[in-house]
Design a protein. Sequence first.
Length: 415
Amino acid sequence: MDVLWTVGEDPGADLVGLLGSLDAAAYACVCSWKALAAGGAGLMALLYLLNYYLRVARRPQVVCGGKEYHAVLRKHCPALFQRYWPTIWAYHAHACTVLRPLLQRPPRPPVCYKREVFEFEDGGQAALDWAVSPLIPERSPVMLILTGVVGSSSDSYVKHLVNDGLSQGYRPVVFNNRGCGGLPLKTNKTYCASNTEDLAAVVNGIRDAHPGEDIVAVGVSLGGIILMQYLHRTGDSCPLKAVMTASSAWNCTVTNKIMETDFINSLYLRYLASKLKKIVFENAKLATKERLDQLPCSVEELLQCKYISDFDKKLTVPMFGYSSLEEYYQDSSTHNRVHRIKRPLLIITAADDPFVPYKTLPLSPIESNPMTAIAITPRGGHIGFMQGLLPTGPSWLDCVCRQFLRAVQHLTKED
């Protein structure tokens, strides 16, 4: 018979010792795994930071057609030539696009407006919201702001642009399109990317009200498209001193095709369509039956639209005299008309903007025009450009806007 333990030894003590050894081994194993996990997490964090520094936080790609214009931008707009540091935990295109409206807070002190109801010749009207502030000098240049497709003066990014203008001694005014900004439609005519009649009337009205003062315009998304249309159509006779656009599409045909065929991007179009439906529904409640009968389609058909292109097919195309959606989008595109622009234009866009595909940017025409410049950030999304660990304040776009407004003042002095 095998002896399991010798006389005088305690088998219970040996068992306890064995279990203690196993427990110590298990504890050491757990510690090793914790150390390994911590090391792995540290390595992942290091790689994340390295990727952020090398591939994300980079200087914008700046393309400028004129040496003199480039020199002015380099001197007075340093943000264009320095690293843009997007929010480190939300630099993806969709994160920038979605989170900026949710996180950004209005500026402090709050922006106050005085509304002017601008009447058009056809009986329509639009709301011009003028910033009210003791900071505005008696004589000061005017900053005209054009918003996105469903934007208004109440949007946070618009209020920050207004604050940018006030900080640089401008008199900001926000142009709310027909039916937007809480002002109901008085006629059946709305607005679109190719029509500049309303903008021309507003600019002429501002010139009459503020004779001798410069007008600098800033357009975001759709507002930028309309401004670029206005620039190339007015050419040398353009009454604007300078223009800055942000997140504005160039080739509407290509952009729409890319947006609708990508699932995530198509969600943006659905969201904008829902906002347009709300505008249609609110105005339809106030319209007479006679006016509703004069529409190219019924209100019920408009409320069934899935994408913006559906709105354009049913409403914009017939309302503005186009024969097809393709013709409207071609007329709304400005990528092939850059050579006609005769006023200083600064274009701000992000390479990952889902609404502005990089391949649609007219870099060669911009480089050939001494009046145009474009700054392309690697990240930023659509009207995003968040910065800081908690991006609740001004965006990188606001920083550029302030510097550009100063640069324009220097251009005025040199002229």
